[in-house]
Design a protein around this ligand. Structure first.
Ligand SMILES: [Zn+2]
Length: 297
């Protein structure tokens, strides 16, 4: 089977050498705090395009969705989309691109960003972050983005912070109720909530919420940092395997003690050995659900 990773990131090689200086020059303090903190070791890993492809090959990952980052400035979003387009051009069979969009501005600015990303060959939006990018379900920019994405059949990936738990350094809340408002306002929108929706998936035990969230999907990115492997089994029982998308968060080192360099294989092997999935569930989560969201199955 073809494994598709629906949540990874990419940066040009020259950023890895001095990420903090680069981020300060761009006016991106939040990214600098996550990726290059001054007061603790970073779990950010780095991978060139060649290293990314080699890590995909080693793990049997056929395709990876390169997500944009939730940059604080539209200019950085546009820069990121160019980087993603370059990677796709180098390996079009292996990479699928989602666009960095800044929804904090006017409807016209958001639509222009989307049209430009479409012309670069990108096929979705995300990863976006309401708290960092200063928008919510009532923002004009968000509503324009959601309308555009419904019209163009683009999924949107949103970062979701756990609603309950210890505060990670650099973690900024994403209120779960506002994801519900987004889903209710745009029932046709294919909304992907990263990191298991920050716990929103558990609320699908409420049948009314389950109905409202029927077009909401949850990705598994960063699971090893957050949950036990039994989360797969438990959430299949609540939301169904068809709403769960395999995502790694590569090149984040999601096993910080074991991984010196980022890889896809450690997490995939953990899923194979500990998540207790039957072959149909495994195929749905690792491949078919993302293909369906991209309109390919
Ligand atoms: Zn995230």
């Amino acid at each position: 089977m073809k494994i598709i990773d629906s949540h990874s990131h990419c940066y040009p090689a020259q950023l890895a050498a001095a990420p903090r200086a680069w981020a300060e020059a761009q006016g991106e303090p939040h990214w600098a705090e996550l990726v290059a903190p001054l007061d603790r070791p970073s779990i950010q890993g780095w991978a060139t395009i060649e290293q990314t492809l080699a890590a995909m090959d080693a793990a049997g990952v056929e395709q990876t969705v390169l997500l944009g980052w939730y940059w604080q400035n539209e200019a950085t979003c546009r820069w990121q989309n160019g980087v993603i387009a370059d990677w796709i051009q180098a390996a079009p069979e292996r990479f699928i691109g989602f666009a960095s969009i800044h929804p904090g501005g006017t409807a016209a600015s958001v639509i222009a960003q989307c049209e430009d990303a479409l012309s670069l060959g990108l096929r979705g939006a995300g990863e976006l972050h309401p708290g960092i990018q200063n928008f919510d379900s009532s923002s004009i920019g968000w509503q324009a983005l959601a309308d555009w994405c419904v019209a163009h059949d683009w999924p949107i990936n949103l970062h979701a912070t756990e609603a309950v738990g210890h505060q990670h350094p650099g973690s900024v809340p994403t209120p779960l109720n506002d994801f519900l408002h987004m889903a209710e306002a745009h029932p046709q929108l294919k909304l992907i909530l990263a990191h298991w929706g920050g716990g929103l998936a558990f609320f699908e035990l409420n049948p009314r919420l389950r109905q409202a969230l029927k077009n909401v999907y949850y990705d598994t990115s960063a699971t090893p940092l957050l949950y036990e492997p039994s989360i797969f089994r438990r959430l299949i029982e609540i939301v169904g395997a068809e709403k769960i998308l395999f995502g790694s968060d590569f090149p984040l080192r999601v096993y910080p003690r074991a991984q010196k360099t980022p890889d896809f294989s450690t997490f995939i092997e953990t899923i194979q050995n500990q998540a207790d999935l039957n072959p149909d569930e495994f195929a749905a989560i690792m491949q078919h659900n993302m293909q369906r969201l991209l309109g390919k199955a």
